[in-house]
Design a protein around this ligand. Structure first.
Ligand SMILES: CC(C)(COP(=O)(O)OP(=O)(O)OC[C@H]1O[C@@H](n2cnc3c(N)ncnc32)[C@H](O)[C@@H]1OP(=O)(O)O)[C@@H](O)C(=O)NCCC(=O)NCCS
Length: 200
């Protein structure tokens, strides 16, 4: 069988030990639903092995990180997803802004929810293309805030587990303050989350 030389991927230069490939941010489009499903499930798994039973992580990802669900989110008028990629557009993280779904909270029409912000741990200290000096999580949050303002929203809400200390520190450092609580189902587990809010 002949090989199409134009399709052969050149052998990549090996990474020096300790180096991290740079991260690029870009808006996700409808074509990214499968990439979001993959990075959504994988980063959720990496983030919560310490807290949740495996069966609940698997059930949650099958339900909440399907390509079909991301396609529905991407088609909604208030959804904006920023994808973090590395190498040749391989997804390594993302942040998702969407219409608030916080039934126990007095949501205002000018609110919007940061539903998800996830990065593989290996890429959290990577340089971000076009954003010298910024870490990827900060660059993602800045993109989320810019999108929320462009949608005319004036307050950013989010829910996170109180024991997710790294995320809580990140949100507090970025000016989010505790504003309420909610319950959040992951598989068979019912988690009690804190709701944080930030005027933008
Ligand atoms: C949340 C997330 C995007 C933040 O990105 P990040 O690169 O880790 O953020 P930063 O390193 O800038 O900030 C984390 C802060 O937590 C602190 N921290 C780290 N481990 C901690 C711990 N065990 N207890 C308390 N604080 C901790 C860090 O010191 C840092 O605070 P500081 O810079 O003010 O000192 C990233 O951690 C992530 O993807 N986590 C997994 C997914 C997740 O939990 N998403 C949020 C779900 S709601």
């Amino acid at each position: 069988m002949s090989v199409d030389a134009t399709k052969v991927i050149p052998t990549p230069t090996p990474l020096e030990p300790g180096t991290v490939q740079p991260v690029t941010l870009r808006p996700a489009t409808a074509a990214d639903a499968p990439a979001l499903a993959l990075v959504g499930a994988a980063t959720f798994l990496e983030a919560f092995t310490w807290m949740l039973p495996g069966a609940d992580i698997v059930a949650h990802c099958a339900e909440q990180h399907s390509a079909a669900l991301y396609a529905r989110f991407l088609a909604a008028p208030d959804t904006r997803i920023t994808l973090a990629t590395s190498g040749a557009d391989a997804p390594v993280g993302y942040a998702m802004l969407a219409a608030p779904d916080l039934p126990t909270f007095a949501v205002l029409p000018t609110d919007i929810e940061l539903k998800r912000i996830y990065l593989f741990s290996r890429f959290r200290t990577a340089p971000v293309v076009g954003h010298p000096g910024l870490r990827p999580a900060q660059a993602l949050l800045n993109a989320v805030i810019a999108d929320a303002r462009a949608l005319g929203r004036t307050r950013l809400l989010l829910g996170t587990h109180a024991n997710n200390l790294r995320a809580v520190s990140f949100y507090r450092r970025n000016g989010f303050a505790e504003a309420g609580t909610r319950t959040f189902q992951v598989g068979a587990q019912v988690c009690c989350d804190l709701i944080f809010a930030k005027p933008i």
